[in-house]
Design a protein around this ligand. Structure first.
Ligand SMILES: NC(=O)c1ccc[n+]([C@@H]2O[C@H](COP(=O)([O-])OP(=O)(O)OC[C@H]3O[C@@H](n4cnc5c(N)ncnc54)[C@H](O)[C@@H]3O)[C@@H](O)[C@H]2O)c1
Length: 158
C-alpha cells in the first residue's frame, strides 16, 4: 500500500515536472548561454528542440547532448531563419514555441563616435533577427494551427 501510494506520488511529480511533452521548439542562439540552458530545460521537459546558431561546433554538441537537432542559422539572414523553422516542421510536423534569443552585445562607444557599420550589424541581428524569426514562426504556427508561444530576449539596444 505504502509503495503504491509512493509510486503514485512519484508519477505525479514526474508528469507535472515534464510540462512540455511533445511540444516542438526552435531556439535561436542556442549554442551557449541562455539559449543553450533554455534548450536543455525544454528537452528535459519533453520538448523536441531545434537549435539554430552560427557556432556550429558548440551548437551541434549541445544538440547531441539533449537529443535536439542543430542547424546553422544566421538570424540576420531571413532564409536561414526560414530553414530553421522548416526543419522543425519537417522533423515533427508542427511548431509550438519560438525562443528568439540569438543576439550580440551593443557597442560601448559614445553616440558621438558611433560606428554606423557596427550599428547596422547589431540591428541586423538583434532587431531584424527577431523580425525574421517571428515572421516565419507565426506563419508556421498558423499553417499548423498550433496556439504557440513566441518569446524574444535579444535587445535592439546600441
Ligand atoms: N545576459 C544578459 O544579461 C542579457 C540581458 C538581456 C538580454 N540578453 C539577450 O539574451 C540573449 C542571450 O544572451 P546570452 O547572455 O546567453 O548571450 P551569449 O552571447 O552567451 O549567447 C548568444 C548566442 O547567440 C548566438 N548568435 C550571435 N549572433 C548570431 C546570429 N547572427 N545568428 C544566430 N545566432 C547568433 C551566439 O553564437 C550565441 O550562441 C542575447 O540576445 C542577449 O542580447 C541577455
Amino acid at each position: 500500500m505504502v509503495l503504491k501510494g509512493l509510486d503514485k506520488h512519484v508519477d505525479l511529480q514526474s508528469s507535472s515536472a515534464k510540462r512540455m511533452i511533445g511540444k516542438v521548439a526552435v531556439v535561436t542562439g542556442g549554442a551557449r548561454g541562455i539559449g543553450a540552458a533554455t534548450a536543455k530545460l525544454f528537452a528535459e521537459n519533453g520538448a523536441y528542440v531545434v537549435i539554430g546558431d552560427i557556432l556550429d561546433e558548440s551548437g551541434t554538441a549541445v544538440a547531441e547532448s539533449i537529443g535536439a537537432r542543430y542547424i546553422h542559422c544566421d538570424v540576420s539572414k531571413e532564409s536561414d531563419v526560414e530553414s530553421a523553422i522548416q526543419l522543425a516542421i519537417t522533423w515533427k510536423g508542427k511548431l509550438d514555441i519560438l525562443f528568439s534569443n540569438a543576439g550580440i552585445g551593443g557597442t560601448t562607444s559614445s553616440i558621438t563616435n558611433l560606428d554606423m557599420e557596427q550599428v547596422k550589424h547589431l540591428i541586423s541581428i538583434n532587431l531584424l533577427g527577431n523580425v525574421h524569426a517571428i515572421k516565419h514562426a507565426a506563419r508556421a504556427m498558423l499553417r499548423c494551427d498550433t496556439k504557440g508561444s513566441i518569446i524574444c530576449t535579444s535587445l535592439p539596444d546600441m
